[in-house]
Write a protein that binds this ligand. Structure first.
Ligand code: ADP
Ligand code: MG
Length: 232
C-alpha cells in the first residue's frame, strides 16, 4: 500500500481523514512502530483476524464520521478470547450507530493489545506561517488540560527531537517516578524524527497524531493514529 494509493482512495471517497488502519500501515512502512491493525467488516472476520493477530486484542470502530472513538463507546481493550471479540464487535457497532445515527461505518479495526507503559503524544499540525510543526507531550489530561506540550518546526535535527522530549514540564515522568524505570527516550526521539521525515516527504499531510504512543523502558509503540490530508 503506497501513500499515493491511500490518498487517491480517500480523495475519491471525499474523505480528508485516513482511517486508523490506513494511517498505521503507512506509518509502519515509514519505520514507526505501531500495533498490528487490520480491518474487519463482519463479526466472523473480526474473530478470524483476532486469532491471527494473537490475544489479547483491541477492537475499535472505523468510521470517517467518528473522530473520538472512545467517546462513543467505540473502543474495547483487553479482549482475551473469541467470545469477547464477538460480543465487542456487536457492542462497538451498536454504540457507534446509537451515538452517530447516520455514521458511515467502514468496519472494526482489530489490533494487538500493547502492554502498560507511559502514554505520550507525538503529533504534527500545519501552521499557516511555518508549515509543518511537530508536537510532543504526555498523554491524557497532561496534554488536554495542562497543554504541557513542546513544538518544533519541521525539518528537525536529532537535537531538536531530544529537546522536545526534555522541555515539557512533566518530563520527570519520563525519567521514572516512584520506582518506575525511565522510558526509552531514544525510541521516542526516533519516532518524532521519523514522523517529521514522513510529513516532509508527503506535503499532502495536514495533521498527524499518534495519540497515544505507549513508551516503555525498552521501545515505544503507537496504538492510535490519525492522519488528515489536504482535499486536493
Ligand atoms: P480514541 O479515538 O478515543 O482516541 P484510541 O485508539 O486512542 O481511541 O483508544 C483509547 C485508549 O485505549 C488509548 O488512549 C489507549 O489507552 C487504549 N488503547 C487503544 N488501543 C490500544 C492498544 N492497541 N493497546 C493498548 N491500549 C490501547
Ligand atoms: Mg486516541
Amino acid at each position: 500500500m503506497t501513500f499515493e494509493s491511500v490518498l487517491t482512495q480517500a480523495r475519491s471517497e471525499g474523505r480528508d481523514l485516513l482511517n486508523e488502519v490506513e494511517a498505521k500501515q503507512l506509518l509502519q512502512e515509514a519505520g514507526i512502530p505501531v500495533t498490528t491493525t487490520v480491518l474487519a467488516v463482519t463479526q466472523e472476520e473480526a474473530s478470524a483476524e483476532a486469532a491471527r493477530v494473537g490475544y489479547p486484542v483491541v477492537l475499535k470502530i472505523v468510521s470517517p464520521d467518528i473522530a473520538h472513538k472512545s467517546d462513543v463507546g467505540g473502543v474495547k481493550v483487553g479482549l482475551e478470547d473469541d467470545a469477547a471479540v464477538n460480543a465487542a464487535y456487536e457492542e462497538i457497532v451498536g454504540n457507534a450507530k446509537k451515538a452517530v445515527p447516520n455514521a458511515n461505518i467502514t468496519g472494526v479495526a482489530v489490533q494487538n493489545m500493547a502492554g502498560e507503559g507511559t502514554e505520550v503524544i507525538v503529533g504534527m499540525t500545519t501552521d499557516p506561517q511555518f508549515g509543518p510543526v511537530m508536537m510532543f507531550g504526555l498523554g491524557g489530561i497532561m496534554v488536554e488540560v495542562l497543554k504541557d506540550v513542546s513544538f518544533r518546526v519541521v525539518p528537525l535535527t536529532e537535537r531538536d527531537a531530544a529537546q522536545m522530549i526534555d522541555e515539557i514540564k512533566g518530563s520527570a515522568v519520563l525519567d521514572g517516578v516512584r520506582g518506575q524505570p525511565p522510558v526509552d527516550k531514544a525510541a521516542l526521539c526516533d519516532a518524532i524524527l521519523k514522523v517529521a521525515e514522513f510529513v516532509e516527504q508527503h506535503p499532502e499531510v495536514q495533521e498527524l497524531d499518534l495519540n497515544p504512543m505507549i513508551a516503555y523502558s525498552d521501545g515505544a509503540i503507537a496504538v492510535d493514529a490519525r492522519i488528515v490530508v489536504s482535499a486536493s
